[in-house]
Design a protein. Structure first.
Lengths: 168, 294
């Protein structure tokens, strides 16, 4: 079995591994590195549960091979909260607004929210919904998710509160 | 879900990529953004022995304007076009980009990949068929410029040869009195089009339709240019009756396939309605561009 050596920076830490070309990035994160915060939902590129940040952009880790991530910078849900356990502002807002029901979509939803707020913070509900259009919540609990993002966008635009900050 | 095993290599520059393709021809396939290819491989609808990853080729990145042309290189992400400040008349580039799949797919999926895949319901083929677009295909020995009308041959089949890479699109920049619009009708957010219509129009000096381009998606086996509807409109003064006639011509020249997104008749009607709406928006934009500032 052919393997290829890759070096990836994940949540600020360098990892070097030999991987089979067909290994999906999400499986690399979960099975090889034990970073199980990133979920597998549909496994067909629809649901967004596996969303991570690749060089700051939200992408679906079930639709990328680990070899493609060589020399790239990745942030997963595990990389958001501070070492001290203090939550990232987006996690904090999700907690405050109870923006989750079963929680399965939450890691992906949070990563997309982080990317949206970094990229184009808007308080328009339609724009926020467009921003999370690649993340499905089977509990259909979108309203509180939108509320949480809206509050952060508002804070970011008016410059009050902590904003979304950078991942650590 | 895992794809079947394949060998992987990453090209570091275009020359290397073209050399590999020239040696391997059909035995190797190009991986760019992977947003269509990887799902197909995971579902084992395709099984490929070798992949050549072109994702890092710096030569294929970037969008620029020069000599009356807009050059969009093949590895431009859909998200790049979504954020791109379109030149006047090319409003539909952003409108097309905005409705492709979802943000995550737009961050990885590439323009060149979408065109080379030639999905008959894809958004980019319709948009670029409405414009004066050349597809630049490079191999070790040759650079070919194909009119986009000659690029799509059959369902998921293009004129691209196995040893070629689609490197960029060249779009003639519209004249000042131009406008465009892209409208898509979808079953749910991020889906492929039930039908979509891209319209580009230029207003002439006596308020006639000087140039017209119409591209359609979801209406047949290949992305389609509505040549008959274009012929009805070209050179005419715009009035509701002529637009209705063009809509009739358009509905008669398409053969939508019935599938889970609707019957043939339904799609035919959707395409006709979308075309008329898109034309109206494009015409309005062109008119605004051609009127002196009030």
């Amino acid at each position: 079995m052919e393997t290829i050596k890759i070096r990836v920076r994940i949540n600020g830490r360098e990892y070097e591994r030999e991987v089979e070309p067909r290994l999906l990035l999400v499986s690399f994160l979960r099975d090889e590195l034990g970073l199980t915060g990133t979920h597998i939902g549909c496994d067909t590129s629809h649901c967004g549960a596996c969303t991570i940040l690749l060089d700051g952009q939200n992408i679906k880790s079930c639709t990328m091979f680990a070899v493609q991530a060589d020399e790239r910078d990745i942030t997963t849900i595990e990389g958001l909260a501070a070492e001290s356990g203090k939550l990232h502002p987006v996690q904090e807002a999700f907690w405050k607004h109870h923006a989750l029901q079963c929680g399965y979509c939450t890691p992906g939803m949070v990563m997309s929210a982080v990317a949206f707020l970094e990229r184009q913070p808007s308080i328009e509900e339609q724009e926020i919904r467009r921003g999370i259009a690649g993340n499905l919540c089977r509990c259909t609990g979108y309203q509180f998710i939108v509320d949480a993002i809206q509050e952060l966008a508002q804070a970011k635009i008016t410059g009050t509160g902590e904003g979304t900050g950078e991942s650590k | 879900m895992y794809p079947s095993r394949f060998a992987y290599q990453r090209a570091e520059n275009l020359t290397e990529a073209l050399t590999v393709l020239d040696e391997c021809k059909d035995a190797i396939k190009i991986l760019a953004g992977g947003q269509s290819l990887i799902p197909l491989m995971k579902l084992r609808m395709v099984s490929l022995p070798r992949l050549l990853d072109v994702g890092r080729l710096q030569e294929l990145h970037g969008i620029c304007q020069e000599n009356g042309l807009l050059r969009i290189r093949a590895l431009s992400r859909h998200a790049d076009l979504e954020r791109f400040l379109s030149p006047p008349g090319l409003e539909m580039l952003r409108e097309g980009a905005r409705v492709i799949a979802d943000p995550q797919v737009r961050n990885l999926g590439t323009l060149g990949g979408a065109l080379a895949e030639a999905d008959p319901a894809g958004d980019w083929p319709a948009v670029f068929l409405a414009l004066d677009t050349s597809v630049v295909c490079r191999s070790v020995n040759e650079t070919r410029r194909l009119s986009i009308g000659d690029f799509f041959l059959d369902a998921y089949t293009t004129a691209l040869k196995p040893e070629e890479i689609l490197t960029e699109l060249e779009i003639t920049l519209p004249r000042a009195q131009s406008g465009s619009a892209y409208l898509k009708f979808e079953r749910k957010s991020g889906d492929f089009a039930i039908a979509s219509a891209a319209v580009m129009v230029e207003v002439g000096s006596s308020q006639e339709i000087r140039r017209i381009g119409i591209g359609l998606a979801g209406v047949g086996l290949i992305p389609m240019k509505a040549s008959k509807a274009e012929a009805v409109l070209r050179g005419q003064r715009f009035e509701p009756e002529i637009l209705r006639q063009a809509g009739e011509a358009l509905m008669n020249e398409i053969e939508p396939l019935a599938d889970l997104r609707g019957s043939s008749e339904y799609k035919r009607n959707v395409a006709g309605v979308l075309f008329q709406r898109a034309f109206t928006i494009a015409w309005e934009r062109a008119g605004r561009a051609s009127r002196p500032e009030a």
